[in-house]
Design a protein around this ligand. Sequence first.
Ligand code: HEC
Length: 162
Amino acid sequence: MKRMRSSIMISLFGGSLLMVSCTGGEGPIAPPPPVPAEYAEKRMPEGWWTDPKIIEEGRLIFTGEENIDVNCASCHGKDGKPVKRGARDFRVQERMSLYSESAWYWRIAEGVPRTKMKPWKGKLSEEEIWKVIAYEHTFSHEGQPAPHDDYRTMPQTAEAKK
Ligand code: HEC
């Protein structure tokens, strides 16, 4: 029995080491994978990146104040500094500049397979997803609203080259 438990411990430990090396800490600064066709045309509604009302509504969603079942901050941290291993640091502008609108939306809607990031499309409407993105985006701009179009000029996925 004792031996079995220690082998479980070892495999858990090994597993988490693997997590650290693949996705750990802040993770690599790399563009997200190509966006599936059904999401490729998704765009932030006009003016929302910088609309203080939208950003505030996004904040309420992100922190779970709107719906306790949707608490992005519990892993991503209230200020975008991750509190759960594997989550990316949203404060790093260099990384967030690589995210096209559609990639950002897709990742939240569908989650990231085999990670703690689950799909949120069942819990959030399309508008709510855009609001939460508008809020997340402020983390990489010192908490201030800012337009997000730098990704268009970044070396990117096929989708953004169009
Ligand atoms: C249970 C923890 C957890 C919760 C809750 C959570 N996330 Fe995540 N999220 C993660 C992890 C871990 C990753 C990194 C996945 C990976 O390895 O790419 C991630 C990735 C992401 C990404 C993509 C960045 C990337 O790594 O490609 C976005 C955007 C994101 N989360 C937004 C959100 C939003 C918005 C919410 C709330 C609606 C949320 N997350 C809730 C853990 C969480």
